[in-house]
Design a protein around this ligand. Structure first.
Ligand code: GCO
Ligand code: MG
Length: 401
């Protein structure tokens, strides 16, 4: 079974998605997600101009060999663009293998380790009252784990929640700008957790994403201040380029730590995992080399009792979400799955067979990944440049997103 053709489609049903479609000589179609938020066209070009010519004529059944060929066989390894492209090829090949075998991908990967997959939802508000309403809405959907993000008083449009919508992607190539004040944030957040515990009691799991905005010692302070409210985790407390800084956070707080959504390779975890500096691995199937790449990372983490928490924002397409749910179904050291929830319009293009109810996913039983991609519908939603905001401190200094 040879790969006969490959197409790359970039569409925008509300936000941009990059989809790879592989067709084999015996008529099997496999699809993969290569969406890299704000850099979609770079991955599309990497696929079209550099990867597709290497794929035509290859044996579609050789997933591992193709992965190594695209990773090791190329001088420039790793990096988000390369690994998102490899991820899409990998997902499409697993999809093809599943369709050829008449089995869902989780069966090919080893079968179910669990019946349901616990997910956490997103709640956010411009202020704490709006946040509380948003948490109630997630509770009503059945979530018993909720990520809470809130605007900080006096910080203007800060923290991506100002427009009442998390991370507004501004159309056009130039991002909007937000202000950030670390001192205000550090003073305010414990009061928010106190309020939430008062409102929702002890049972609800609360998660929070710091989005890389603190220095290691500020992160340690925040961990200590929030420990009494038992957060499920604090995510991306500080930038992870210097992984050794996590040692400092760990020395000072027992709050569980999650990181890795911007990582794309197992090599990115060489300090964090063996030194047990984190508790949850946050990489995405779409950004970490597909099922093949992420599975290796999660198994590495499992040796150190580090759990999976696969990235599941709306800038990953339903194909990437489906791949995550297949892996969650199989992986023994499963922790939790993020579910940010696509707008309904996305289902005009992508139809996935996984189900969500009572705060949990169940994988679909369809062969392959269980997602269909409607190319005609996709053509109705052409690419539109969009960017995440950029942060500046009060004095104008550019700060981490
Ligand atoms: C998360 C993430 C997202 C990212 C987004 C950037 O935890 O879900 O932080 O909200 O910011 O995926 O592209
Ligand atoms: Mg995050």
């Amino acid at each position: 079974m040879r790969i006969e053709s490959a197409d790359v489609v970039v569409c925008n049903p509300g936000r941009n998605f990059v989809t790879l479609i592989l067709r084999t000589s015996d008529g099997v179609v496999g699809i993969g997600d290569a969406t890299l938020n704000g850099r979609e066209l770079a991955v599309a070009s990497y696929l079209k101009d550099h990867v597709v010519p290497m794929l035509i004529g290859r044996d579609a059944s050789r997933i591992e060999d193709t992965w190594q060929y695209l990773y090791r066989g190329v001088y420039w390894r790793r990096g988000p663009i390369t690994m998102a492209a490899i991820a899409a090829v990998d997902m499409a090949l697993w999809d093809i293998k599943g369709k050829s075998a008449g089995m869902p991908v989780h069966e090919l990967l080893g079968g179910r380790s669990r019946e349901t997959i616990r997910a956490y939802g997103h709640a956010h508000g411009r202020d704490v009252e709006e946040l509380i309403d948003s948490v109630h809405a997630r509770r009503a959907q059945g979530f018993d784990a909720v990520r809470v993000q809130v605007g900080v008083p006096g910080m203007g449009n800060g923290y991506g929640v100002a427009e009442g919508r998390y991370e507004p992607a501004r159309l056009g190539g130039v991002p909007s700008e937000e202000v950030w004040d670390t001192g205000r944030y550090l003073r305010y957040l414990p009061t928010v957790f106190e309020r939430l515990r008062g409102e929702f009691g002890d049972e609800l799991d609360l998660l929070h994403d710091v989005h890389h905005r603190l220095t290691p010692i500020q992160a340690a302070q925040l961990g200590r201040a929030l420990e009494q409210y038992r957060p499920f985790w604090l995510e991306d407390m500080t930038t992870a380029e210097n992984q050794e800084s996590f040692r400092l956070i760990r020395e000072h707080t027992t709050v569980p730590l999650a990181t890795g959504e911007t990582f794309n390779s197992i090599v990115d975890y060489l300090t964090l995992v063996p030194e047990q500096l984190i508790d949850y691995i946050r990489s995405a199937v779409t950004h970490a080399g597909g099922l093949t790449g992420l599975r290796r990372i999660l198994d590495f983490g499992a040796v150190y009792q580090i759990k999976s928490a696969i990235h599941g924002p709306t800038d990953i397409s339903p194909i990437g979400m489906a791949a995550a749910i297949h892996l969650d179904t199989v992986h023994h050291a499963f922790g939790i799955q993020e579910y940010m929830q696509h707008d309904a319009i996305v289902s005009e293009v992508f139809r996935a067979d996984f189900a969500f109810a009572d705060g949990c996913f169940r994988p679909g039983a369809g062969a392959g990944l269980g997602v269909t991609f409607d190319e005609e519908a996709a053509a109705r939603f052409p690419y539109a440049a969009a960017s995440l905001p950029v942060n500046r401190l009060l004095d104008g200094t550019v700060h981490d997103w």
